[in-house]
Design a protein around this ligand. Structure first.
Ligand SMILES: C[S@@+](CC[C@H](N)C(=O)[O-])C[C@H]1O[C@@H](n2cnc3c(N)ncnc32)[C@H](O)[C@@H]1O
Length: 192
């Protein structure tokens, strides 16, 4: 889907992937962060998590290439939507090595299959040496008719493991019906 397709979905409220709040579990994770962090959120959608990271004192730069998503984010998080850059995550002029943490929910499974090869290197390039990638990832059988395009074990080996090692992996039991045939997993990855 191109940015216009995503915007059409947001403007018509055809957003079955949207939880309506941050994933359960994020609050507890944020509570454990000891210092002020620089956070990157690709494909942030309505941006609930921007508010949660911001409330806890962290600096967030989020990205979404859909104007419709950002309009919606303005309704949900008000002026905090200024933290969203409207651009393609793979091309936006972000500072390399700047971020401590990249958080995402259902972004990997939203990008076209041919973009997957750029995912790990792009995120790793934006993170500092000890940076982390964390969030909710959709696993399941390959589905060329997505999005969503669930991640398989092979995808993970090809596209994420060359750049990150897995620190934490747990099933998320608070998933949405739209993802039911698949499996949402909380994962934390350490940059190699
Ligand atoms: C499935 S939605 C997830 C939104 C949000 N993370 C959530 O959990 O509700 C995927 C989002 O990624 C955005 N997106 C897809 N490809 C993108 C790209 N290349 N650059 C920036 N945003 C992108 C879409 O506009 C959409 O808002």
């Amino acid at each position: 889907m191109n940015p216009q397709d995503w915007s059409d979905r947001y403007r018509s409220h055809n957003t079955k992937w949207d939880l309506g709040h941050s994933p359960l579990g994020l609050e507890a994770y944020i509570a454990k962060l000891s210092e002020r962090k620089k956070i990157q959120i690709p494909g942030c959608g309505r941006g609930y998590e921007i508010m949660d990271f911001h409330k806890a004192g962290h600096d967030v730069i989020a990205i979404d290439f859909s104007e419709g998503a950002i309009e919606e984010a303005r309704h949900v998080i008000g002026p905090l939507a200024d933290a969203i850059i409207c651009d393609d995550f793979f091309e936006a002029p972000l500072e390399e090595g700047h971020f401590d943490l990249c958080y995402e929910r259902t972004f990997f499974c939203a990008i076209p299959l041919e973009k997957r090869r750029d995912y790990g290197s792009r995120i790793a390039s934006l993170l500092n040496k000890s940076g982390l990638l964390m969030g909710v990832f959709l696993y399941g059988k390959p589905d060329p008719d997505g999005p969503p395009f669930p991640m398989t074990k092979e995808d993970r080996e090809r596209f994420i493991e060359p750049f990150f090692s897995l620190l934490f992996d747990e099933r998320d039991h608070n998933g949405l019906p739209v993802f039911n045939e698949n499996e949402e997993r909380w994962q934390i990855w350490q940059k190699r």
